[in-house]
Design a protein around this ligand. Structure first.
Ligand code: CP
Length: 319
């Protein structure tokens, strides 16, 4: 595996999931597998879970992981071709990425979208340029339009619940838009949608107010519903996430506070497990009571980030 940017790079999802759950039982099974291999973790934006879980995953495989916060400590990078660099950018990706390719065996990059131009963000220029110019395998730690390690951990979490046997039918999974105070990327929602659809183990509904449609290339095969109560009826899993509008691009929708889920709202579900990638704004996106309830799967999801990263790194190492 040379790149891990989307579900299209995952190969057989079930194998990745099974490997992740195997590592959860046996974290150090391949402790020697990454010996003498170095992972570069580059952050152009902040992180808690992705950074730490990927470091732990690398350590479990015996890899040496080096974190570099480009946003705080690095030179400001230029990604446009043929520009006169007389502005604020100091180093071109064409010069920086090959150097990183000398230092590392695998490069992992986090870079959020600017939310100014859909064309720019959806071209995935930044992560593609790292892949093109570094000459080594590149792993996404969340890019402009997707968050594949998060989505794999989300599938792993649902599989865990399903294997425990409490859900005996084909599950209903709902991705629901939630309110927020600022415009957020569409990455987590896009990615969750494409992974659930590719997983093929659930009936999948996406609920959002009219006007908050995701790009159809991520949602083909899902049922779209504008009524949240109707959408979550009989749900087994509800994934809660805000995203900004795709058209017009990157805008905050007017306050829709009634889209914030509370424990009472779950009465129409099949005692649904509540999912969120975190960080979450309590009592804005999701009620604190629901996050603190037995229905919440959010901590388990975040814990499973380790095993999903370890599964992907192992595949990149050819283990
Ligand atoms: N879910 C997630 O990616 O969390 P971080 O932004 O803290 O890494």
């Amino acid at each position: 595996m040379k790149t891990f940017f989307s579900v299209n790079d995952a190969g057989d999802i079930q194998t990745l999931v099974d490997t992740a759950l195997m590592y959860k039982q046996h974290p150090l099974l391949h402790k020697a597998g990454g010996k003498d291999k170095r992972l570069g973790l580059l952050f152009l934006n902040p992180s808690l879970r992705t950074r730490i879980s990927t470091q732990i995953a690398a350590a479990n495989l015996g890899m040496d992981a080096i974190v570099f916060n480009v946003d705080k400590d690095g030179w400001r990078l230029e990604f446009e071709d043929d520009v006169v660099m007389n502005g604020t950018t100091v180093e071109h990706i064409k010069d920086a990425a090959p150097v990183l390719g000398q230092y590392f065996d695998i490069l992992a990059v986090r870079s959020f979208p600017g939310l100014l131009s859909k064309q720019d963000d959806y071209s995935e220029q930044i992560i593609h340029q790292f892949a093109k110019h570094s000459g080594i395998p590149v792993l996404s730690l969340e890019s402009a339009t997707r968050h594949p390690l998060q989505s794999l951990a989300d599938i792993v979490t649902m599989e865990e619940v399903l294997r425990a046997g409490t859900v005996k039918h084909r599950p209903k999974v709902v991705l629901t838009w939630a309110p927020h105070v600022k415009p957020l990327p569409q990455c987590v929602a896009n990615s969750f949608a494409e992974w659930v659809i590719a997983w093929q183990h659930a009936d999948f509904v996406i609920a959002h107010p009219e006007g908050m449609e995701l790009d159809p290339k991520f949602t083909k095969g899902a049922t779209i519903e504008y009524n949240q109560d109707k959408a979550i009826a009989d749900a087994d899993f509800i994934y809660v996430k805000n995203w900004s509008s795709v058209e017009p691009y990157g805008k905050l929708l007017e306050a829709k506070h009634d889209w914030m889920l509370t424990p009472e709202r779950l009465s129409v579900t099949r005692n649904a497990g509540i999912m969120h990638c975190l960080p979450v704004r309590r009592n804005v996106e999701l009620s604190g009571a629901l996050l603190d309830s037995a229905n919440s799967l959010v901590t388990r999801q975040a814990g499973n980030r380790v095993w999903s990263a370890q599964s992907v790194l192992a595949k990149m190492l050819g283990l």
